[in-house]
Design a protein around this ligand. Sequence first.
Ligand code: PAN
Ligand code: ZN
Length: 194
Amino acid sequence: MTEKFMPFVTELDFATGKLNPEGHVITRNLSHMKDMYYDQEAVRQLLGQNPLIYVVYNVVVPETAAHIQHCVTILYPGKVGNEYFMTKGHYHEVLDRAEIYFCLKGKGQLLMQTQDGAFASIDMVPGSVAYVAPEWAHRTVNTGDEPFVFFAAYPGDAGHNYGDIETEGFAKLSVEQNGEAVLVDNPRYGKAGK
Ligand code: PAN
Ligand code: ZN
């Protein structure tokens, strides 16, 4: 007989967004994603300090369809040139696996796109529960001046495909213009990539 997988709890600190236990922690600095920002001169200037852009605390569960992966992302405020700090973004490796994002703190945007060229964005504030439908790549952007914190849950076997976004880029860039967050067309989308 196979052994039972036992129920368990993880505590989420609403003040910081951190999980206890921390689980599997992923940290992303600018150097991990320097080609993804449009303004490469601004990237060069910032690389010396190599700012921390985001941290993901992942509860560790088996990566099978029976389980539900869940984690918290803390995306720090800041900009590279006039482009807001963002996550790398990905499709799920098993393309049709959906995801739920629940905003706990701060404010941001959830950018999504499909392989056949559709694009969507959702503004996220505390209480927003966003549904990333199957087959949509997803990236988050911090458009505020405090950490943007969200909880995510998705099927255990989803996996992450970063390569396609590294190659094609996102259709829109989220930039500050006159103190406002606006989405502009990404001139590099689908061309040289990134
Ligand atoms: C999220 C993301 C997390 C970090 O948990 O993995 O916000 O973004 P990147 O994975 O794009 O670096 C999720 O969508 N998981 O599937
Ligand atoms: Zn995902």
